[in-house]
Design a protein around this ligand. Structure first.
Ligand code: NCD
Length: 303
């Protein structure tokens, strides 16, 4: 039985297979409409979420399966004092696969160690978010047509942004990747993530300037400052608008830049940018659904 806790658990070949399944789903959706008939996905979200939970649920419905949702899990069993381990054992009696989001780093791993069904990490604190990375990879595949020879700018909250940590991990396995890490000093990428980059033999630069970085980028991955992970509201207020991508800043960008964002957006991309052909963040959300469909099929062992 396989789980998905960290994107690095999937080999590059497995990622290629997921991408090709997702592309086949895009082309031939009807072939997949009953693949999960009789199967149940449980979504356990111990942290507020709309996008990711709905994306998982839409994915399961489009496969002909059913969904059990403990939408506001934090206010149910957890509030009564149930452990994550017990919740995982209990849900294993009812469902075939679990998607779990939790504010504590490592909680989905604890669930995986106790469940008798596959567990998917749908985001654990400021740590990882592997299924967002699946969405990101399909976006890069469809928009750039390659994973090698790319300069990727990641901008915003690189400290707490779990999508950034997972995407960096995934991209280090391709060739000739250059990471441009754009953030305020206070929100730099954690050392363990920098070590993943250098151990894989890639280069990174850290900078505070989005404007100066723009001309070299093939991909710009904007992120929201993660308010819920700050210890101090004043610090959040001071940093929240550090970067705002607007039409003017894109004047120096490559014609074929791909602008991504895991959503939700707060202020970091002005709405006028949505009309630019380089803006890919809503497509990225759609791609997330197809990749979650491919992942559910894989973990349930359905061909
Ligand atoms: C991201 C997350 O939850 O980490 N959102 C998402 O999954 N769609 C990014 C964020 O919340 O900023």
């Amino acid at each position: 039985m396989r789980h998905l806790i960290d994107i690095l658990e999937l080999s590059v070949n497995e990622l290629d297979e997921l991408i090709s399944t997702a592309c086949d789903i895009i082309e031939n959706g009807e072939k997949y409409a009953h693949k999960c008939a009789g199967k149940k996905l449980a979504t356990l979200f111990f942290e507020p979420s709309t996008r990711t939970r709905l994306s998982f649920e839409a994915a399961m419905y489009e496969l002909g399966g059913n969904v059990l949702t403990m939408a506001d899990a934090g206010s149910s069993s957890a509030a009564k004092g149930e452990s994550v381990a017990d919740t995982a054992k209990m849900i294993s009696c009812y469902a075939d696969i679990i998607a779990m989001r939790h504010p504590k780093e490592g909680a989905p791993l604890v669930a995986a160690n106790n469940a008798t069904i596959p567990v998917i990490n749908a985001g654990d604190g400021g740590h990882h978010h592997p299924t967002q990375t699946l969405a990101d990879l399909l976006t890069i595949h469809r928009e750039k047509g390659r994973f090698n020879d790319l300069t990727i700018g990641l901008c915003g909250d690189l400290k707490f942004g779990r999508t950034v940590h997972s995407l960096i991990g995934a991209m280090t396995r391709y060739k000739h990747i250059k990471f441009v890490l754009i953030s305020p000093e206070e929100l730099r990428v954690p050392d363990y993530v920098k070590n993943i980059i250098t151990d894989a033999g890639h280069e990174f630069i850290e900078t505070t300037s989005l404007e100066e970085s723009m001309p070299m980028l093939d991909i710009l991955y904007m992120t929201r400052v993660q308010r819920e992970r700050f210890f101090n509201e004043e610090e959040y207020l001071r940093l929240k608008d550090s970067y705002i991508l607007n039409v003017e800043k894109l004047n120096n960008a490559k014609e074929d830049l791909v602008i991504m964002h895991p959503l939700p957006r707060v202020n970091e991309i002005s709405v006028a940018v949505d009309n630019d052909k380089r803006a890919c963040y809503f497509k990225q959300a759609l791609y997330g659904k197809y990749m979650r469909m491919a992942l559910i099929l894989k973990l349930l062992g359905i061909k």
